[in-house]
Design a protein around this ligand. Structure first.
Ligand SMILES: [Zn+2]
Length: 264
């Protein structure tokens, strides 16, 4: 976190929203980063949140109500069946811990009711997995849930599931890596770079440098076409989205990556 704080301007979700809404201009030259955590693991509460707070930071935690509502063996079984089939099975944060995180200034987001693979479940289940899940989280934290992140693979989503998610949440986070460009990217499709707890320091810094993001350019284009193309007029699509997106990504790579790498 110390390295992160030295090289990036770590912002919270409220600042992230104001950046999108145009009400905030960052004076800091360093790239802005919002830290997000998926699945609502107990270690988010016990380990991650105290480290963030000690550094004066706040995170965005995407939780899974059905996981958090289970405990003990049931919780660990849920983890293996729905989240990651890999030992050791991990425990969830409890609803009380999620409420406490929100009270301490962190943001809680919706990661579906049961960590569903939205590309494979029937459309009839979108309501419970996306909309009712948000309502359960809101009943725990006492205020609206504004951020959604679909679980699992970068393309484990359908246009209809994305529409349901965006109707309920103003901000939709993807599991597809990339740097956000506020000129061209949209709050209904927010790129995220995945960092695993198992990474060593070199891997962590490499992922933070965004050098690997170019590999995901095709995935980002695919998601924009699949999920947004019908919403963007052809002229807007070609003029505003395609060329500037690639161009601004190159520009931000030049602008932001070099200093990060040079200082390592
Ligand atoms: Zn997940």
């Amino acid at each position: 976190m110390v390295w992160m704080r030295d090289h990036f301007n770590v912002i919270d979700f409220e600042m992230f929203k104001r950046l999108f809404e145009g009400g905030l201009v960052l004076q800091d030259e360093r790239p802005a980063v919002l830290l997000t955590f998926d699945d609502g693991l107990a270690s988010n509460y016990d380990v991650a949140a105290p480290i963030l707070e000690e550094a004066g930071m706040r995170g965005l935690f995407f939780v899974v109500p059905r996981f958090s509502a289970s405990a003990g063996d049931e919780g660990r079984r849920f983890y293996l069946e729905h989240i990651r089939n890999r030992w050791p099975a991990l425990n969830p944060m409890t609803p009380e811990q999620i409420r406490d995180l929100a009270a301490r200034g962190h943001t809680i987001g919706n990661h579906t009711m049961s960590h569903a693979r939205l590309s494979e479940i029937p459309e009839a289940e979108y309501e419970s997995e996306i909309v009712e899940s948000a309502a359960v989280i809101e009943s725990w934290i006492g205020h609206p849930v504004e951020a959604f992140a679909w679980p699992l693979l970068w393309n484990a989503i359908t246009p209809e599931a994305h529409r349901v998610a965006c109707r309920r949440h103003p901000y939709c986070f993807t599991p597809c890596s990339g740097r956000m460009d506020l000129q061209t990217d949209l709050p209904c499709l927010i790129w995220r770079t995945s960092i695993e707890a198992s990474y060593d320091a070199a891997e962590f810094r490499f992922k933070c440098s965004s050098l690997a993001d170019a590999v995901s350019a095709g995935r980002r284009r695919h998601l924009v076409r699949m999920l947004l193309d019908h919403e963007l007029p052809r002229r807007t699509w070609s003029e505003r989205a395609v060329f500037p997106r690639g161009w601004s990504m190159l520009q931000s790579l030049k602008r932001n990556v070099s200093p990060t790498v040079a200082r390592q």
